[in-house]
Design a binder for this molecule. Structure first.
Ligand SMILES: [Zn+2]
Length: 412
């Protein structure tokens, strides 16, 4: 199949004007100028016209299970208040509500150009009831032991059941020890051991709020008091920052995908500086959720200067207005005006592909890569150059009119 478009934006190589992409099966075979890629005899040709053809977007952090909770919780006065609120809402949700939420979340993500999605999953038992997803999906099994300490056997058995339940070419699994305030060091280490054995990815929420830092660094604050009230052992409080605590105890390590890192302290930056490029974790920043909670400013420039691979995600609809990654990029652009449109697009393509160990496979348009592609219209701007084409993509607010996942056209 030959796809032709006004501009191809591979992101890992320069843009191609009047370009064409050859797809065979699930893979991209060739990328070049329309004039240089002649159609084979009988080959299907898809003319995308005045469009930019670019890699499908990758959402590195969300919770599809909360996709029916848009505007359900007004911006809270504190992060702890929100945690209490969502816990009480979660207790009222039945299996049908969760399944509906997941389907709606998938549909919304797809409409806005997401072809790969990383979703945390708090109700893994329901996954077998879902139809095979049309989007490439990483389910991260949420692990929490704040109320009851689990044994290693329980964790490994739970995780293995989870991994073995679906064999779908577009579905993969990872582990998500939830956060340092809800998962013990033991649970983090068990997750790490289990993931290493099974070649799984690991992710966690770290340094999301000021209250999390207060709890770990100062043994005080609303989150501390709330969790102490639940009976959580608090001997890990008053010793270090959340990131410092996890890293120095080998609970998280290189290659982990850390969501948020919103409230980092000078000691955290010093620690990151000592790690060296090969030992750094990946980071997911969620601009809309960040603004909703009014977290301290995200240290984009500092973290990227230290060499951290920064991805952008949406978080859930319980703290963001939409599952549009392009909308997240526009928010990031407002806070980081120095980033070029290509830099912005890289945070939802090249960067998450690297974090998911899919470099060269996803998030780019290259020979050999998986054929996950989207087209964005260049309405009324036939004379735009490559830079302006990238700008037009970031600025695009509509639904995506054309999408291919794994070589199959699913939106047209
Ligand atoms: Zn999250």
């Amino acid at each position: 199949m030959l796809l032709r478009a006004r501009t191809i934006l591979p992101l890992n190589t320069p843009a191609v004007e009047d370009g064409a992409v050859r797809v065979e099966g699930t893979r991209i075979m060739e990328v070049g100028k329309r004039a240089d890629l002649a159609a084979h005899s009988g080959e299907e040709i898809i003319e995308l016209g005045e469009s930019v053809l670019l890699p499908g977007l990758i959402n590195a952090h969300c919770h599809l299970e909360y996709s029916t909770l848009r505007h359900a919780i007004a911006p809270p006065n504190s992060f702890t208040e929100w945690v209490q609120r969502i816990n009480s809402i979660k207790r009222q949700l039945g299996p049908e509500d969760i399944l509906t939420a997941i389907s709606r979340g998938f549909a919304e993500a797809q409409r806005y150009g997401t072809t790969s999605i990383c979703s945390m999953v708090a109700f893994p038992d329901l996954l077998p009831q879902l139809p095979s997803p049309e989007l490439r999906t990483w389910w991260f099994y949420e692990m929490i032991d704040v109320r009851h300490r689990v044994t290693s056997e329980e964790v490994v058995a739970g995780a293995l059941t989870f991994f073995n339940q679906q064999k779908d070419p577009l579905t993969q699994f990872g582990l998500n020890p939830h956060a340092p305030y809800t998962a013990s060091l033991l649970l983090y280490r068990l997750a790490h051991a289990c993931a290493s054995q099974n070649g799984m990815l690991l992710t966690s929420h770290v340094a999301e709020s000021i209250e999390e830092t207060e709890m770990f660094a100062g043994a005080c604050g609303a989150l501390h008091d709330f969790l102490e009230g639940l009976g959580r052992p608090m001997h890990d409080c008053g010793l270090d920052t959340p990131f410092g605590w996890l890293w120095r105890n080998s609970a998280v390590g290189p290659d982990w995908i850390l969501a948020h890192l919103n409230d980092l302290h000078p000691s955290d930056f010093s620690l990151l500086e000592t790690l060296g490029k090969e030992r750094l974790p990946h980071v997911v920043h969620c601009p809309a959720s960040h603004a909703y909670f009014r977290h301290p400013p995200f240290a984009f420039t500092k973290l990227s200067g230290l060499g951290l691979n920064i991805c952008v995600g949406t978080d859930s609809l319980a703290s963001a207005d939409s599952l549009s990654l392009l909308s997240e990029l526009r928010m990031l652009q407002t806070n980081e005006p120095g980033l070029s449109p290509e830099d912005l697009l890289a945070t939802v393509t090249l960067a998450p592909a690297r974090a998911l160990r899919q470099e060269g496979q996803l998030g780019c348009v290259s020979p050999g890569a998986l054929a996950d592609l989207i087209a964005i219209p260049l309405d009324g701007c036939a004379e735009k150059n490559a830079q302006q084409a990238a700008e037009a993509c970031v600025g695009y607010k509509g639904w995506i009119p054309w999408m291919m996942v794994n070589g199959k056209i699913i939106v047209t």
